[in-house]
Design a protein around this ligand. Sequence first.
Ligand SMILES: Nc1nc2c(ncn2[C@@H]2O[C@H](COP(=O)(O)OP(=O)(O)OP(=O)(O)O)[C@@H](O)[C@H]2O)c(=O)[nH]1
Ligand SMILES: [Mg+2]
Length: 577
Amino acid sequence: MERLAGNFANSVRNTHILRRSARHHSGRPKSLVLSQSAHRRLSPARIAAPEREEVDTEERLEDEEVEWDTQWVNDETGASQEVEWFVEDDDKESADEDGAASRKRLPAEVRCFDNAQIYIKAGDGGKGCVAFRREKHVPRGGPSGGNGGNGGAVWAVADEALNSLTSFRKQLHYRAPLGTAGGGSNRHGSNGADLDIHVPPGTIIRRRDSPEHEKPLAEVVTAGTRVLLAAGGRGGRGNASFKTGRNNAPTLAEVGEEGTELWASLELKLVADVGIIGIPSAGKSTLLSVLSNAKPKIADYPFTTLVPNLGVCELDYRTTVFADIPGLLEGAHAGIGLGHEFLRHTQRCKVLVHVIDGTSPDPIGDYNAIRTELELFNPALIEKPEVIAYNKIDLPDSGDYIDEVRKFLLGNGLAEEDVHAISAVTGQGVLGVVRRARQVLDQLPQEAPRQTTDALNMMELPRRVSAAEIDDFTITADLANGRVWLVEGEAIARFAAMTNWDYYEATLRFQKVLDSAGINKQLRAKGIRQGDTVVIGETELQWSDDQSEGALYAAWREEKKRKGTAWHGSRSWPHAV
Ligand SMILES: Nc1nc2c(ncn2[C@@H]2O[C@H](COP(=O)(O)OP(=O)(O)OP(=O)(O)O)[C@@H](O)[C@H]2O)c(=O)[nH]1
Ligand SMILES: [Mg+2]
């Protein structure tokens, strides 16, 4: 019978790296049983971090197209350090999911208000411990190494106190604490506390770079909802857990499982009852400022508002949330004039207040243009009830078209009570708009905020794969690239990841499992040869035809020596008495 003498390289995260190390193997003398090359951890920062380049020279400062940002990154040694990055707009564009050209010159506030990218890392599990009870008058006290604690998980919590994603501009990295290592005298490590990330209701959280069809991780709509983003790693078992009738002095322990790690993109869809829409400078922000407590920026140039403002209006002991959507231009549905950004916000509003600029030379044209943009973006938008605010009637030239506009609107299916002439500046007629909007809202069927995506929304930690599923695996060969065999299976991959190769017994146990799960048998049947590379999950091993336990031990020892890892024990430790 052959045995996969194994080795220990780990962290093969993609085939590119796999191929590199595979080439390395093939050049090495066959007499070595264990691979030496890839026992190298990839630093997490290198795995899936957005493609950002490091800042080098000052000349970058002069470049206007460069956005500056500060981030915490892990360097090679694992220590955190603060570095500055710049994001070239081109990079950003290609990395962005919708990548619309319109985003290119977005002011920074817009980008970060309803979109954010964050790094999430759940805590790793703590290591299990190998220890033996040593006490006076207690000979052969037995194994007493405790288990490592579980790593903390990362959750998203919908918090109604928030209404934007701006806080994610200040903090990008979210790490839950690790579980601590187990100790002697059967002391278990402590669990890492869970980390809650507070997001405003209406936030959708996806894996960054997730394919189109993949479900978002979470969509929180109601305040208080708590959804799992990343599960913490299980703590490794200590040697006390491996005690059996046959082996009452086991010298092995597991390492903790790694906590899930990901880059996530957050998207906020505003949850406003009423959206205020209209062409630029129609007076939308002015209207919001008089009907609510909001203090939006108001000025007599188009695109004063770049970020949708929310305002809460209290009338007759009822609160209504109004959103002042930035001005829409012709072509907004195609992303022109930041159109996509703004139209997205209108989707969740139940009622629209359409502000018409009474001083415009063509108010009907303006009105129709906006309606067309709404329809082209999403036909459901023009089905939403609309209240018209014909604005700026305090100005003399606003009267020119007022009757014509009214006639047109009434002919267009709007009711008399839906059309209001107002002056946002003096406040004339504004109350009528608010009352009507509230009335329309009340007439609508009451519905709880609904999810717009089929998000996973895991409310509990996932079920662990049980060890019994270890024989559920598939083997594929990639012989063109230096004879590599891929063994895929959740349970076996996890088992490999948690094996602490520093202990000889752990290596031996791993070999036994490969045998009993039938993996060795299948590999042989498929024609594996001496020196081939076998990849299980993120662990890389090298196949040896030499089946003896002696060869395995020699190989393990060779690897320890080369790596200079701590000598935790030997085949005959603790000494048999
Ligand atoms: N006289 C008069 N001026 C008004 C009225 N409403 C708004 N304005 C003026 O119109 C200009 C534009 O107003 P905003 O409220 O900033 O317009 P907006 O629709 O929010 O514009 P954007 O945010 O650029 O899309 C400002 O100078 C306001 O003072 C009104 O009822 N009467
Ligand atoms: Mg405005």
